[in-house]
Design a binder for this molecule. Structure first.
Ligand code: FE
Length: 233
């Protein structure tokens, strides 16, 4: 999966005429930063944070709480919980597809005011893919921060022009008779893909089901992997 994503990023960067190499290098070596110079973006963020704190506009604790929320509390595990609940509870699934915002709020998650959350169901004949062609609109409330590739110009344009090609680069090859629907997010309208429950998952608990649902699955660039049987030959 990582290899596929990196391949996609590399191709995306090449198409955009830029390179992600410096960022990747920095990310890989940040644990040894006693000699490294942080990236321009990191320095700008740090300077901005210092100034805002110094002028009393924000305080460090509030920033730490915000970062902690996005690192540990808000993230794709919340979206996975929504999907798993829908898989085991047909009435919830019905509510979720009818009114995503309200059904997601039932589990204690919410978007910003005025943002409509819509859940798109994958079926044996339809596969859904999410993009924001304009910028990076994303269902933050239950998926957390969007991945870098989601915000990249190549993904934003190619998801619309050649969705099957993009899916292929993520390792998702769909038969021609499956319709691919691409949904363009906006500031007011965000989407979540509800994948098909995989074969072999009948006896799994809600928690174990949620563990099968990844961020990429809920964006629509990946399919749910069947559960490991765990059997010994
Ligand atoms: Fe956007």
């Amino acid at each position: 999966m990582d290899t596929t994503r990196r391949d996609f990023l590399t191709a995306a960067a090449a198409t955009a005429g830029a390179t992600t190499a410096p960022d990747l290098t920095y990310a890989q070596t940040r644990d040894h930063d006693h000699q490294d110079v942080p990236s321009d973006a990191a320095l700008r963020v740090k300077s901005l944070e210092s100034l805002l704190v110094e002028k009393g506009i924000v305080n460090s604790e509030a920033l730490d709480a915000l970062v902690d929320a996005y690192e540990h509390k808000i993230g794709p595990h919340n979206g996975a919980r929504v999907v798993a609940r829908a898989w085991i509870d047909p009435a919830y699934k019905q509510r979720l597809l009818a009114n995503g915002t309200a059904a997601i709020a039932e589990l204690g998650y919410g978007g910003s005011n005025g943002v409509d959350l819509r859940v798109l169901e994958n079926t044996p004949t339809v596969h859904n893919l999410i993009v924001c062609t304009l910028c990076s609109c994303y269902i933050w409330a239950i998926l957390g921060l969007p991945p870098i590739w989601y915000k990249s110009a190549p993904y934003r344009s190619r998801a619309v022009i050649d969705p099957r090609g993009v899916l292929r680069e993520f390792g998702t090859v769909l038969p021609e008779d499956i319709e691919v629907r691409v949904w363009d997010s906006t500031a007011e309208q965000r989407y979540l893909v509800m994948p098909e429950r995989p074969a072999g998952s009948e006896g799994l608990s809600e928690e174990a089901l949620a563990a099968l649902v990844t961020r990429n699955v809920m964006i629509g660039v990946a399919k749910v992997m069947p559960p490991q049987t765990g059997g010994r030959g």
